[in-house]
Design a protein around this ligand. Structure first.
Ligand code: C5P
Length: 237
């Protein structure tokens, strides 16, 4: 059962439950971008993202990749393991877009010969600066072994998602993963949704992700609904 609020992030609120080893993550309709400078709401966004995340976590579990996902307890509320979050944002990149095209002389749309894994320090205070293994270990946020395992998991997840989303008519230029420690194990945490991925429609090239909000590219709720129709058609039956 849902107990007191533990933490409210930009798009999800985490609640304690009766079981100290489990939390409830509630996916909200709120949207933020550019370090919280731009804010809005989009109808049903929380619902679509929760269901898309649920489906992708289930799929990863079927492939033998451990996640924090346990079950949905409502349309927008996900019961998850209470993991200790590793403060690293792991971004597999397949096609250049977003920050990598601003920070480096890499043109948007460049297809990488092999996936590029970017590690950022998850910290609003420091503006999520890029990390390498040595800095992460020096800060004490992870061990070399954990980072090696996280990279390997990120590459496998990227492979699985690229293939799956291709079948659904999407390109996956990049996405963000977070990991947590559950007992001695590293598991996938947070969410995998339209808010945390770049998804381009394969036939039109249009963004069907949070870039619609970041750069005023159209109707976000409509695009997220279309993504949900392709990934979780069962919720429309
Ligand atoms: O902004 P940037 O191009 O580095 O983002 C790369 C990918 O990671 C995008 O899919 C973006 O939605 C995701 N991301 C995220 N949360 C962040 C930073 C990036 O979900 N804090």
């Amino acid at each position: 059962m849902k107990r007191e609020e533990l933490y409210s992030g930009k798009a999800k609120t985490i609640y304690k439950t009766d079981d100290e080893k489990k939390f409830i993550a509630q996916f909200r309709d709120s949207l933020t971008a550019f370090d919280g400078k731009k804010k809005s709401e989009a109808s049903k966004k929380g619902y679509y993202n929760a269901q898309i995340s649920r489906k992708l976590f289930e799929m990863l579990e079927e492939e033998g990749i451990k996640t924090h996902y346990i079950e949905m307890v409502s349309d927008t509320d996900m019961l998850v393991d209470a993991v200790e979050i590793v403060a690293i944002e792991v971004i597999p990149r397949n096609i250049a877009a977003g920050s990598i095209t601003r920070k480096y002389p890499i043109e948007e749309g460049t297809v990488f010969a092999k996936p590029v894994i970017v590690l950022d320090y998850k910290s609003d205070e420091y503006g999520d600066p890029m990390l390498n293994e040595d800095i992460a270990v020096a800060m004490g946020i992870a061990t070399y072994e954990e980072i090696a395992q996280i990279r390997e998991m990120a590459l496998r997840i990227n492979d699985i998602l690229v293939k799956y989303l291709d079948e659904k008519g999407f390109l996956l230029p990049d996405f963000k993963l977070e990991f947590g420690r559950k007992g001695g194990e590293i598991v996938v945490a947070d969410e995998i949704s339209c808010d945390t991925c770049r998804l381009w429609d394969k036939s039109t090239g249009q963004s069907m992700d949070k870039d619609i909000f970041r750069f005023d590219k159209g109707d976000l709720s409509k695009a997220y609904e279309e993504v949900a129709r392709r990934i979780v058609p069962e919720i429309f039956e």
